[in-house]
Design a protein around this ligand. Structure first.
Ligand SMILES: Nc1ncnc2c1ncn2[C@@H]1O[C@H](COP(=O)(O)OP(=O)(O)O)[C@@H](O)[C@H]1O
Ligand SMILES: [Mg+2]
Length: 229
């Protein structure tokens, strides 16, 4: 069964694309067949992937039907849209929705608004605190409490604010492969990567009936009839 995970929410660089890329990368590295569907007209996920250095395919929405035929997991980088019809379609096409949110008050407000809209549907969703400045622990805690006060599920994992994410995007790689401007491996790159891996584990637990079980390395996951005798 294919699992559809959608990242969406507010406009303005809240790390939707970065989140989609790293969720997809975690599952691809775990041996799953992952396709990232770029549903944003800006095509930023497509641009990110253009160097061909990501461990999964990125396809535009229009090509999604065929490209996702043999996928286990489809991650959709959603459009930051205020068009109700568009949002409804995205929601109904998802098994789980991730709402990246920063600790800034405007971002929290927008996530609360989005959650009110999502409550009309029977699709599980959770906020993910991104760009978390570890020097500002109390504002992150307040953000978490405000969201939870509106009955919004908030993933325990927070994604740290790291230059490594921007450097990785410039190079077209995931954050674990980020290098600094002078060409050295970024010291904090793995903390960014592991944070997204932990977020994936939490998402799987919140989708109990569609658990994305990691495939042991070396397993042949192709359909029986497609394999050579
Ligand atoms: N955790 C992070 N720390 C630092 N920069 C980040 C982080 N996540 C994303 N970014 C950067 O923020 C910018 C906006 O992210 P992006 O994923 O493109 O946002 P959106 O898709 O919501 O517009 C990009 O330059 C990206 O590299
Ligand atoms: Mg984007």
């Amino acid at each position: 069964m294919i699992v559809f995970v959608t990242t969406f929410g507010q406009k303005g660089g809240v790390a939707k694309t970065c989140t989609s890329i790293h969720l997809a990368a975690h599952w691809a590295n775990a041996g799953r067949s992952v396709v990232l569907v770029d549903a944003d007209r800006n095509r930023s996920a497509t641009a990110y992937a253009s160097r061909g250095l990501l461990p999964f395919a990125v396809v535009p929405m229009e090509a999604a039907a065929k490209a996702t035929r043999s996928a286990d997991i489809v991650v959709t980088d959603g459009q930051a849209s205020s068009n109700e019809e568009e949002l409804k379609n995205l929601v109904e096409g998802s098994d789980f929705i991730v709402l990246p949110t920063t600790a800034q008050s405007r971002s929290i407000e927008l996530t609360v608004e989005m959650a009110c809209m999502l409550n009309k549907f029977d699709i599980p969703y959770a906020a993910l605190i991104v760009k978390a400045d570890t020097r500002k622990k109390s504002s992150i805690q307040i953000a978490r409490e405000i969201l939870q006060g509106f009955d919004i599920e908030v993933l325990r994992t927070e994604i740290p604010l790291l230059n490594a994410f921007e450097n990785a995007e410039t190079e077209g790689v995931t954050v674990d492969r980020a290098v600094t401007k002078n060409g050295r491996s970024d010291r904090r790159r793995m903390s960014g990567f592991y944070a997204y891996s932990k977020a994936c584990d939490e998402i799987e637990l919140l989708m109990p009936h569609r658990k994305v079980i990691p495939m042991p390395i070396g397993w042949n996951v192709s359909r029986l009839e497609d394999r050579c005798a």
